[in-house]
Design a protein around this ligand. Sequence first.
Ligand code: PBG
Length: 324
Amino acid sequence: MFTRHRRLRKNQVIRDMVRETTLNRKDFIYPVFVVEGENVKEEISSLENNYHYSIDRLHDVVDELKDAGVKSVILFGIPGYKDEVGTSAFEKNGIVQRAVRKLKELDPELFVITDVCMCEYTSHGHCGIVHDHEVDNDETIKYIAKIALSHAEAGADMVAPSDMMDGRVQAIRNTLDENSFKNVGIMAYSAKYCSAFYGPFRDAADSAPKFGNRKGYQMDPGNVREAMLEIEDDIKEGADIVMVKPAMAYLDVVRAARDRFDVPIATYNVSGEFAMVKSAAKAGLIDEKAIVKEMLTCMKRAGAGLIITYYAIDICRWIKEEGN
Ligand code: PBG
């Protein structure tokens, strides 16, 4: 006696009926990179088919998002100047602050999340304030909170701290609440690993550290129990959504978090993952559309309800073509 599992795989209708995980256009968040200058829409060499936009060209990406049905973006800024304390990250008229205002003007319905970090804005490229070659945690979180507040003032719906300092979610929550931004949410990069998969992003955002590495603040890829502690703390400090990053090689972390916590979980399908798929597809080694659908489905199956991906526009178009 054995069970005929294949009965439920007999044709597409029954396969669709018993499918446990289905991608939906509302699952995706698209990363947008904004630069200074005028009339800039320049392909990012390390992230094919993704662009650096100047503020006056953001309407191009807004049109594409609308057409594809992508409802949410995460914003990254490449500022005009950098200094030791990342001043350009919290100016009222900084690149991200202007971009948020512009996006909200172009499409008030677009859900705008901002990446809150310092590495794009500091001359040394670290994610915080450096003293004696070390990132000073308690000093940094004051700046992180200030940056988050400036994004909220510009109109961001949600802020996403990616710096991996301890206590930053609490610092942000307190600052937002004290300044009447109680309804601005926090999506915390809670389990953010010190990963070689961020290489193409650092070229795109000009954010590679000028000395050392990020091992003193980002997590060790060998650890999953520690990720649970990070996530638990971020929830206690006030995170509305927690994130595991990178995605592909870290889906066990997503699953562990999904089984343990009841807040929404996001995962970031990072630049190195995107670049690997893109280059293998370009070399004719894999079927890009099939691989992307499979990869994103598996992220959702593992427990990620939200997925940040450079493929967001493509996948939403493909889902739309299929009539969903
Ligand atoms: C900023 C930040 C990084 C990414 C998102 N926010 C880079 C880093 O930590 O070095 C990586 C995104 C990607 O690789 O796609 N701290």
